[in-house]
Design a protein around this ligand. Sequence first.
Ligand code: LRH
Ligand code: MN
Ligand code: MN
Length: 429
Amino acid sequence: MTDTIIDTSVIQAENARREADLRRDYESLGERLDRRGIAIDAIKEKVAGFSVAVPSWGVGTGGTRFARFPGPGEPRDIFDKIEDCAVISQLTQATRSVSLHIPWDKADPNRLKQAASRFNLGFDAMNSNTFSDAKGQLQSYKFGSLSAADSGTRQQAIEHNLECIEIGRTIGSKALTVWIGDGSNFPGQTNFTTQFERYLASMKEVYAALPEDWRLFTEHKMYEPAFYSTVVQDWGTSYLTATELGEKAFCLVDLGHHAPNVNIEMIVARLAQFGKLGGFHFNDSKYGDDDLDAGSIDPFRLFLVFNELVDAESRYADFRPAHMLDQNHNVTDPIESLMLSAADVQRAYAQALAVDRAALVAAQDANDALAATQELRLAFRTDVEPILALARFEQGGAIDPLATYRAAGYRAKVAEIRPKVEGGTGGIV
Ligand code: LRH
Ligand code: MN
Ligand code: MN
């Protein structure tokens, strides 16, 4: 039996107030989609099978680079975080796993596994951290980690990644995501080629320790914390790395890690075409790596990414990118934000499934640019909320997760148990 945190009677009462309207809305949307030759139930089925992992760090205190402003009922440790993730999963039915960050979430792996399986949660990719110094660590990552000039520092970073794999093995994870902050702040500070050689050599050692059924994701990011050059700065370098390493290595696309206006959906298409798209960190941004809620700034971009994913699904066998959220900020209850992000990722998927693919291809082949783009706009403008809500409802989730979460008073309840956290300086990247 799966334990639940939110009292099911609260969910039932909230759902009862909304069910009749939802069914009417679903039926009327079904009729409209049917006129376009699109089957609503098929979309619902796919949406119901879709899951995006919650990042453990996303349920914690949001911060800016400058300060942390903790809210009430902050999780005290990874076990509280798993409970918060269980709430998100229970209400949205869209987040069946958690992505851990080591050493932030370091704990007895058997306890971690037990804590998650109590709520039927799995573990998605493990994230290593060699971009900040852990307490008591011998070498500092101030001047880099896997690509550092100092061999002892590189060795320490390699061993940390191996440890992440070991923890992941015990808890049932099947992937390791490596993001490094290595780079330079000044022209001439480092040699681009030597630094990348050292990174590749280190990554080869990590790759060699990867279990047979695991995948290794390399996550690129244009800049920050290094501001002149970054070792894995774009999808090109990420692709080179994945290719150098071997068939278990793939590229991870964090939507916030590109230059403004970069055509991310095209990067997605390229990586998928060459079998190297490993997964995503979904979030949204206006300026840089803002880590805002998915779909909150540019939902059309998210839709266009999913448009490529749906296209790729039909083209490639064994196409199974990992879907994870990566967000962390300051002004909302993180559980609320993560629930809305999960729904927005699902929404983009549902909208992409509502594209009339045959009509799109016909317009493209006829060089009818306007008709082609209209197909996308039509799907993007479709309000697919009834599909998402019914998929949630049928799996025991909340028709309206946000209202139900508020009605359940979860945050106030945990605030009674979890001590108030002091604010402080920032530091999350
Ligand atoms: C780097 C990043 C990476 C880290 C996370 C905390 O900006 O996106 O995925 O692991 O933030
Ligand atoms: Mn990320
Ligand atoms: Mn980031």
